[in-house]
Design a protein around this ligand. Structure first.
Ligand code: HEM
Length: 101
């Protein structure tokens, strides 16, 4: 169900760990970066780092993503891509428990 926050902005429903883990294939690929879930299915073949993007597919890519120096160089480009890939937030309970490994 769609909800709104105090500023009346649409809030995406939160995504459970169980739901996230279903999207762990090349053609159905969700990853988490800093608690946000992104559908990168259409980007796998375009990604300059190729299939490395799938290392933690269906799970948490925060660490690998933030540690990759190439991503820092092109951070504006990446931000605009991530806006398009955004699916919703990982459920706060699952983030609290460390999220997927
Ligand atoms: C929304 C856009 C992008 C996402 C979500 C993304 C995500 C990722 C992830 C999850 C990894 C694996 C990190 C690890 O665990 O080691 C990775 C690796 C990498 N990415 Fe990206 N990436 C994006 C865009 C880009 C762009 C634009 C570039 C190039 C300018 C790039 C270059 C690389 C390189 C060089 C690697 C390492 C490849 C390897 O280890 O063989 N990525 N990326």
């Amino acid at each position: 169900m769609l909800r709104t926050n105090n500023s009346n902005t649409l809030v995406e429903p939160s995504i459970s760990l169980q739901e996230l883990q279903k999207h762990n294939k090349v053609d159905d690929a969700w990853i988490v970066i800093s608690g946000k879930v992104y559908d990168v299915s259409d980007y796998v073949t375009t990604h300059p780092g190729q299939e490395a993007i799938l290392k933690n597919v269906g799970g948490d890519s925060t660490q690998g993503f933030t540690q990759q120096p190439a991503h820092r160089v092109v951070k504006n480009h990446i931000s605009s891509l991530l806006e398009k890939f955004y699916v919703g937030d990982l459920s706060p309970t699952d983030v609290k428990h460390g999220g997927p490994t």
